[in-house]
Design a binder for this molecule. Structure first.
Ligand code: UD1
Length: 354
């Protein structure tokens, strides 16, 4: 069995690391290379601390090729990826294509494969924000509807697929990011803060491309009861520099963290404020409350379970959510996202796919 894995953006490296490790373990147990994996990196993320550091830390097999597509307008970026991925697929003739999450790289990989009649397996299927202005929502819907195998992180995502008429090839396997948190948790950087702090990331287009929304978030951050450590995404950095955004005095701005650093900061923080999808779950994995500065989230289970609060970008709502995050001690259910064996389950299903 030959699997072609498409990655390109930061969160995909973390997810792919889990499945690559499970493939290696499967081959080791079988005493033969029954599954070959070829990794194709689109180049969507290209800075060392957005890409290479994840391959180094998590010991992800080196991509066979980096397509160096880089940034651009959405159509331009996706179109360039589509053409380049198609060429790779024609040359490499995989039996199956594996894509992760909801980025432009995900959708380009899925579409290129579907057009060549190569079955697509989508890890993190069935997630919906119901906000079609988000590029990620379009990527999710398109990817799910051209996939033959749909790996759902939770029951809610499988239900959503059923509501859209997608019932064949759907498997609830848990969340590979939970596997990653468990496996790499012991390698977290040691972070010893002098004082309590909140861990923050902001990068969604809806927040960075609208200065009103970004301003609302910063106004909220300025009133944080504890210092804010902001791991700054290049998109947000570029917007801030261009528009002369002034960071509040209590916000310490850092370069993007490596995965092990992020785990260290998660373990050490008082709570998380973010618009990232992945970090919402990681906060939960490490027992930290999360304030999501968006109007909706695809990880609805987290909100329902009391682990996450949606605050939008209104400073008052953010400030009130900070009070909740500091003081709320209500128990939150565990194992919403499986038992840490999602990677193994995925390999087990893929290996039998005909
Ligand atoms: C992308 C994904 C988003 C995911 C996020 C994780 C899409 C539509 N969005 O958003 O779902 O949550 O990755 O980070 O695919 N840039 C750099 N250096 C890099 C990478 C990006 O400077 O290493 C710059 C780009 O040039 C661009 C901006 O950051 O100007 C945004 O990059 P892009 O990949 O388009 O989207 P993200 O915001 O990272």
């Amino acid at each position: 069995m030959h699997i072609l894995t498409i990655v390109g953006a930061r969160p995909q490296f973390v997810k792919a690391a889990v499945v690559s490790r499970a493939i290696e373990a499967y081959n080791r147990d079988a005493g033969a290379r029954l599954i070959t994996e070829t990794i194709v990196h689109t180049g969507q993320h290209y800075d060392y601390n957005m890409s290479d550091v994840f391959f180094d830390e998590m010991e992800i097999p080196k991509p066979a090729v980096n397509l160096s597509i880089g940034s651009g307008k959405h159509g331009e970026m996706t179109g360039a990826m589509l053409a380049a991925i198609e060429r790779e697929m024609i040359d490499r003739k995989p039996d199956i294509t594996l894509v992760y999450g909801d980025t432009n790289s995900t959708m380009a990989g899925a579409l290129a494969a579907a057009k060549l009649h190569i079955p697509v397996a989508h890890v993190e299927a069935g997630l919906r924000s119901f906000n079609r202005t988000m590029p990620e929502e379009i990527n999710r819907v398109v990817t799910d509807h051209v996939s033959s195998i749909l790996f759902c992180p939770s029951d809610a995502s499988a239900k959503q697929l059923a509501a859209e008429g997608v019932t064949s090839g759907v498997h609830v396997v848990g969340d590979v990011m939970y596997d990653a948190a468990l496996h790499y948790g012991g390698k977290a950087a040691v972070v010893k803060p002098e004082a309590p702090f909140a861990l923050c990331t902001i990068h969604r287009a809806e927040n960075t491309d609208d200065l009103g929304r970004l301003g609302g978030i910063l106004e909220g951050l300025a009133k944080s009861p504890v210092q804010v450590i902001l791991a700054l995404h290049p998109r947000t950095k570029a917007v801030a520099e261009k528009s002369g955004v002034k960071w509040p005095a209590n916000v310490r701005v850092c370069e993007p963290f490596s995965y092990f650093n992020m785990l260290g900061y998660l373990k050490a923080c008082s709570f998380v404020i973010t618009d990232s999808g992945g970090l919402q779950k990681e906060a939960y994995f490490f027992g930290r409350k999360c304030i999501t500065v968006r109007n909706e989230t695809e990880w609805t289970e987290l909100v329902e379970s009391g682990a996450n609060r949606l605050a939008g970008t209104d400073p008052e709502r953010i400030i009130s959510a900070m009070g909740w995050a500091m003081n709320d001690s209500a128990a939150v259910p565990d194992s919403i996202y499986g038992n840490g064996k999602a990677g193994e389950k995925i390999v087990d299903i893929i290996k039998d796919f005909k």
